[in-house]
Design a protein around this ligand. Structure first.
Ligand code: ZN
Length: 252
């Protein structure tokens, strides 16, 4: 089966080069390395320029949105013009960890939605316990036809439907393999397969059977297998659909 991981953080892993070396033998078509702050966005471009199968996004995570200046946003906009940058993110709202104020988070999200519209790139949204507010900001700022993905979706079907209606994809991570995740199973069941994307969020959120260990992009296989089981689609066929979805959204 062909693999694609649309959300990972290889730059947060010590032995990343050892992992990258295993991509070919595991049929990894490509991965997207996701930005969390300005410095990390620079590092992601460097990594993507070094390895053919790595694309990246640039952006500032809501947990990193304290004390930002206009210069930070200008830098993200300049970095976004690198040819291996395929999205702006991860950006959003996170009320679970209150490292930053809501006001700082709103400002950072709005500014980066505007950048994405200017540079014509899709968004990678990180939303935690803040779906209603994030939805409102997206509607107010206006969504370009590039839309984006709600990364590591963790709410219910009713909320998923609202984002799908805006044109967003739904990102599914390791938690889909955890026992008793009925809410997420319902989201996967109801979402059209053309709007689902497989992600690992490596080194976090490791799927079963490696839960508890450090995550790795090739473990996306277990997420694809679980979605195939829920949707009752042969795994091989689903992996082709996911490859197409990823290429289409990120223009790869
Ligand atoms: Zn992430």
């Amino acid at each position: 089966m062909k693999l694609v991981d649309t959300h990972c953080h290889l730059n947060l892993i010590d032995n990343k080069e050892d992992i990258i070396k295993t991509f070919d033998e595991n049929n990894m078509e490509f991965v997207i390395e996701i930005g969390i702050n300005v410095e990390n966005s620079f590092e992601n471009i460097e990594l993507a320029n070094k390895f053919e199968k790595i694309y990246c996004s640039v952006g500032i995570h809501p947990n990193d949105s304290a004390n930002l200046t206009n210069k930070d946003f200008d830098t993200i906009k300049i970095l976004a013009q690198n040819k291996k940058v395929v999205a702006i993110g991860e950006i959003g709202l996170d009320y679970y960890r209150e490292y930053t104020t809501k006001k700082e988070q709103f400002n950072s999200l709005s500014k980066q939605i505007q950048i994405a519209q200017e540079v014509k790139l899709p968004l990678i949204l990180h939303i935690r316990e803040a779906y209603n507010d994030a939805f409102e900001i997206l509607v107010n700022e206006g969504i370009s036809d590039k839309s984006g993905v709600v990364h590591c979706f963790s709410s219910d079907w009713k909320t998923a439907k609202k984002f799908l209606d805006l044109g967003f994809y739904i990102g599914i991570d390791g938690p889909i393999t955890f026992k008793n995740n009925h809410k997420l199973v319902e989201v996967v069941k109801n979402t059209p397969v053309e709007y689902l994307l497989p992600e690992t969020d490596s080194p976090f959120l490791t799927p079963v059977p490696f839960r508890g260990k450090k995550n790795n992009p090739i473990y996306v296989k277990y997420i694809i297998e679980k979605i195939a089981e829920i949707k009752d689609i042969p795994t091989e066929h689903l992996s082709e659909i996911f490859l197409e979805n990823s290429k289409k959204l990120f223009n790869i």
